[in-house]
Design a protein around this ligand. Structure first.
Ligand code: KG4
Ligand code: ZN
Length: 344
């Protein structure tokens, strides 16, 4: 049995965790910066980097102390090395490098998306490769085939906004707080999902990708028209989002040979309407539906430690001069997508 320290600092969560190779989370700490960014309606990179710099070192000391371990007793130190907000990524990666060098423990530089992609296997030891992963958060919106550790095939990505971002923008338009997803879901409960005609961007197209910019603009127009109730706009937006997800999954997965499992990860996976729609999609295709506990779906360090443990088990580690990567596609062979920016 081995033990890996994981560090996550690529967006607005500062986190450290100790995870064993037999799937035990020994200690973990996470500090969300939601309150610091809330006045701006989104993550401010410099505020994020400063908070990581302040919080990370004491957090690492705390998890080590809780586990009663010295750094030299670790089997590896894994840190998110990208993609993400580069100031934050640097804080985590440089800390990991310093600790790895000082204690002569291997460094493992983790792709944050690989952390999300492998995290379901931390929660569920029966989940075998391959599986299809829908990753939907504030920063990511992708459908991936997870073939094995280190082998990911991107089937779909977004050409503009991520789905969580679309929820957050809708919340802003409706005057709800940040993060907006939970607020939109709550308001939608008392609304009529068929009341406001909203577009389903790219639905019906053979291209497998997502697009939410047009939906967001339509939400803005619906609000500005003054004709609709906010709860109806929220419910109609959520229904449009579900329709887009299901259609994109159909285009991406139906042409493939039978895929045994569909896994969802990312903060948007908290949404009950989305969960039940995905469950229905999987059941219709005799696929197993796996939704890991929410604490593992959203950004956390246990998933980074676990990805490190999986890579360690396959004999991999990284050099101490591994450079942070603001962009780092999980599938280097994926075809470029028209219009896609940082989220591809
Ligand atoms: O994974 P996450 O915590 O952080 C990253 O973005 O990486 O995801 C946060 C996103 C936010 O955009 C938030 O609005 C969305 O997940 N979200 C939701 C719900 N809960 C969180 N979206 C829809 N419905 C929810 N219940
Ligand atoms: Zn993430």
């Amino acid at each position: 049995m081995g033990i890996v320290l994981g560090i996550e600092s690529s967006c607005d969560e500062t986190a450290a965790a100790l995870v064993t190779t037999d799937r035990r989370i020994v200690a973990q700490r996470i500090a969300s910066q939601v309150e610091a960014h809330a006045p701006y309606g989104g993550v401010v990179p410099e505020i994020a980097a400063r908070a990581h710099a302040e919080k990370l070192a004491p957090m690492i000391a705390e998890v080590m102390q809780e586990a009663g371990l010295e750094l030299t007793e670790l089997d590896a130190i894994a840190a998110t090395a990208g993609p993400g907000l580069i100031g934050g990524v640097m804080v985590g990666l440089v800390s990991a490098k310093a600790l790895a060098m000082a204690s002569d423990v291997p460094l493992i530089a983790i792709n944050h998306l690989e952390g999300h992609a492998l995290s379901p296997r931390l929660a569920d030891e029966t989940l075998e490769f391959p599986y299809a992963l829908l990753l939907v958060s504030g920063g990511h919106c992708q459908i991936l085939m997870v073939e094995r550790v280190g082998k990911y095939r991107r089937l779909s990505t977004t050409i503009d906004d991520a789905l969580g971002e679309a929820f957050d923008k809708t919340a802003k338009i409706l005057g709800l707080g940040y993060p907006g997803g939970p607020a939109v879901e709550q308001l939608a409960k008392s609304g009529d999902a068929d009341a406001v005609p909203l577009p389903r961007p790219l639905v019906g197209s053979g291209e497998p990708h997502f697009s939410f910019a047009g939906l967001k603009s339509a939400v803005l127009r619906a609000k500005e028209s003054g004709v609709h109730r906010d709860e109806d706009i929220a419910a109609s937006f959520q229904k449009a989002a579900v329709d887009c997800l299901l259609d994109r999954l159909r285009v991406s997965l139906d042409p493939l040979d039978h895929v045994p499992s569909l896994v969802v990860a990312g903060g948007v996976a908290a949404n009950q309407k989305i969960r039940s729609a995905l469950e229905g999609f999987a059941t219709d295709r005799s696929m197993r539906f796996v939704a890991p506990p929410l604490a593992l779906c959203t950004d956390n360090a246990a998933m980074i430690a676990w990805a490190g443990a999986e890579r360690l088990a396959s004999g991999q580690s990284d050099p101490l001069d591994f450079a942070a990567r603001p962009r780092w596609p999980l599938d280097p062979d994926a075809a470029p997508v028209r219009g896609a920016g940082a989220k591809a």
